[in-house]
Design a protein around this ligand. Sequence first.
Ligand code: NDP
Length: 275
Amino acid sequence: MSAITLNNGVTIPQIGYGVFQIPPADAQRMTEAALAVGYRHIDTAAGYQNEEGVGSGVISSGIPRDEIFVTTKLWNADQGYEKALAAYETSRKKLGLDYIDLYLIHFPVPQKRLYAETWKALEKLYAEGAVRAIGVSNFKFPYLDRLLAGADVIPAVHQIEVHPTYQQAELDALTRTHGIAVEAYSPLGRGADLTAPIIVEIAERVGASPAQVIMKWHLDRGRVVLPKSASVDRLTENLRVDAIELTESDLTAIETLEEGLRTGEDIETFDIPNR
Ligand code: NDP
């Protein structure tokens, strides 16, 4: 599988299995299934409440730990220096792993004004070698710039919602300007973008499924992609995209689908304090 080299030299498989909304009871089985068909990158979060199952799946797979890239994220209620350090340890223990490959601040939660302090905790974890890379998620303008202004370590990754009907092209470009890799979450628009006529037409022409066309568009544009599926057939389909060839004209046709259709949370207001 193709990989991207992050700004600190660490390599990350370009496709990761996203486990948002995979119930805790299914997380081990689905992680094992994803690893069995070839995924080597799993994207979870403390907020998904399935870290135990994901970690169990990583361990029970029998695949050497250093061949699997594991991401988890700091939940909003755990922002702040000391709380973030404690939350990291809680996540690490739930996962049952000695280290985490990538640790992200899940949301800036600007009303709390804690993300700069929280970033200092992630920098400490990185300096100590507890994590191989650190990054952020959902840091739209101006939060990414504000974080960078006080940062000693530039984030390696920015995980944001990107799919054909919601591309966040400016934020994607700003992120890359700083040498930060873009990870596309909800890469299929939670399934809603699969029926767009342009996607269906390209899929029929190149002999691929609509999901595979969207996956290949992300890869060709240099993003890390995090599709979720609760079906082994579909998660396998999402990974098998190497043979698909899209032209530049296909890629730009997909980009005409931009409609500002955000499926995720409004980060200006989003916070669930008790989760
Ligand atoms: P996706 O764009 O991955 O869409 C998932 C939906 O698409 C599901 O309904 C799934 O159904 C369907 N689907 C998946 N593959 C196929 C296929 N080949 N054919 C048809 N339908 C398909 O959206 P998500 O919101 O689930 O995001 C994916 C990942 O991104 C998450 O798991 C998480 O890791 C990350 N994420 C991060 C966020 C953040 O704030 N940082 C926020 C949201 C997501 P089915 O399961 O039935 O196959």
